[in-house]
Write a protein that binds this ligand. Structure first.
Ligand code: 7TS
Length: 408
């Protein structure tokens, strides 16, 4: 393990493989899911080889070790986002489940027909569909903050929507398509002044930016381990303790109870109250290792590295005739470049890039309303992470010129 951004690439075994025989891999799809460093892979491997048992129950050495490792990861996550207490770290399956937990538990207990929720046009489906479902089932009304041509939230429109006294404002910290970093602190302060609770979708921000929940201003924060060097299958809902205490339970079963009788049950204390059944133990251990890895590198350094890369990437992409990159300038965004190339379908772009070993995503990136806003069916998207380099950008650009030649 290097613990230096300059050399961290070698911590990721997969980045040393070839995409095709003789063709190196240029991985530019971390927005969908990041690769994993050796330390995370080893932590999960060690866990299964040496420590596995079910957690929170057995009084034997393996159960104690498994519990200590799994719960230790919660302490790492707590420190990583500076939560006031480990009780505020609820493990879920992913960011999607964390948002659904809020929709099923908090929203169903606190909202009624006619109550308003403010969302934005740049949301991932994970922060749209749970609210559509809620609207269909209990009759809440959804309002949407428009996105400007530059890919920013229309703040005047936001202020107007707040005058309608919404009960909840839910928005992404960073757009997975435009890369836009939203001004969470001021958006949250305005929402609170209007009497709303604030949910922040941190799926794209927690992996890439320093996030401190004690200054962020959110009431709920959702994120996924797999986009931040950790495994799939585990995510986090952070919420302020008093909100979590007041929320009704979500799923029922083992672990989430203190006592069960034939007549009923008494919920467990936080965080277990929201964690029914055997959890993703190895994944928790992997998330802990991922958080330790990121902490070792320093999130300020990670963010600075990606800012430098996206600045370079935008410069290089915009010099290619026919390429249009969506979203704000580099100062306002993270390491995401969604683009189109005139006359070529994004899927064809991605396919030709893949022949050169350049992995990008093409499609609507689970943000169909945002694509509709820009009159697009799809975009190609290069997304960067801590292990990417200027060489990766250069290879993307060379390959894009090849796409142009092929389709000219
Ligand atoms: N919110 C945002 C902003 C996201 O980008 C994603 C996943 C999610 C929520 C959902 O995360 P999950 O781990 O629960 O699935 N975004 C992407 C993407 O951009 N390409 O693939 C998944």
């Amino acid at each position: 393990m290097t613990h230096s951004l300059a050399t961290c690439r070698s911590d990721f075994p997969i980045l040393a493989r070839e995409a095709h025989p003789g063709v190196p891999l240029t991985f530019l799809d971390s927005g969908a899911s990041s690769q994993k460093p050796e330390s995370v892979i080893r932590a999960m491997d060690d866990y299964y080889r040496l420590h596995h048992a079910n957690v929170h129950r057995g009084i034997h050495v393996l159960a104690e070790e498994a519990t200590a490792l799994y719960e230790g990861s919660r302490d790492s996550v707590q420190r990583f986002i500076n939560a006031a207490t480990r009780k505020e770290i609820i493990y879920t399956r992913n960011a999607t489940e964390a948002i659904n937990l809020v929709a099923y538990s908090w929203a169903r207990a606190n909202l009624k027909a006619g109550d308003r929720i403010v969302l934005t046009e740049m949301e991932h489906h994970a922060n749209l569909v749970p609210w559509h479902i809620l609207a269909g089932q209990i009759g809440v009304e959804l309002d949407f903050v428009p996105v400007t041509d530059d890919g920013l939230l229309d703040l005047d429109a936001y202020a107007r929507l707040l005058t309608r006294e919404p009960k909840l404002v839910a928005f992404t910290h960073m757009s997975n398509v435009l890369g836009t970093i939203n001004p969470v602190e001021s958006l949250a302060a305005q929402a609170h002044a209007a009497g709303a609770k604030v949910l922040v979708d941190g799926a794209q921000s927690v992996p890439h930016l320093p996030v401190d929940v004690q200054t962020l201003g959110a009431d709920f924060l959702a994120f996924s381990a797999h986009k931040m060097c950790g495994p799939t299958g585990i995510g986090v809902l952070w919420a302020r303790q008093e909100l979590l205490e007041a929320m009704p339970v979500f799923m029922g079963g083992g672990d989430m109870i203190r006592k069960v009788t034939l007549a009923g049950f008494k919920p467990n204390d936080l965080p277990y109250k929201f964690e029914a059944g055997t959890p993703a133990i190895a994944e928790g251990v992997g998330l802990g290792a991922a958080v330790d890895y990121l902490t070792g590198l320093g999130m300020e350094a990670v963010a600075a590295h990606e800012r430098e890369l996206i600045t370079y990437a935008l410069e290089r992409l915009e010099e290619i005739p026919g390429v249009r990159v969506y979203g704000p300038p580099a100062e306002r965004k993270g390491g995401v470049a969604a683009f189109t190339l005139e006359g070529v379908h994004p899927h064809d772009i991605a396919q030709v890039l893949d022949r050169d070993g350049v992995a990008v995503r093409a499609g609507h990136h689970c943000a169909q309303p945002l694509h509709e806003r820009f009159d697009l069916a799809a975009t190609a998207r290069a997304s960067f992470y801590l292990y990417n380099t200027r060489d990766d950008v250069d290879r993307l650009v060379v390959s894009l010129y090849r796409v142009k030649k092929l389709f000219a």
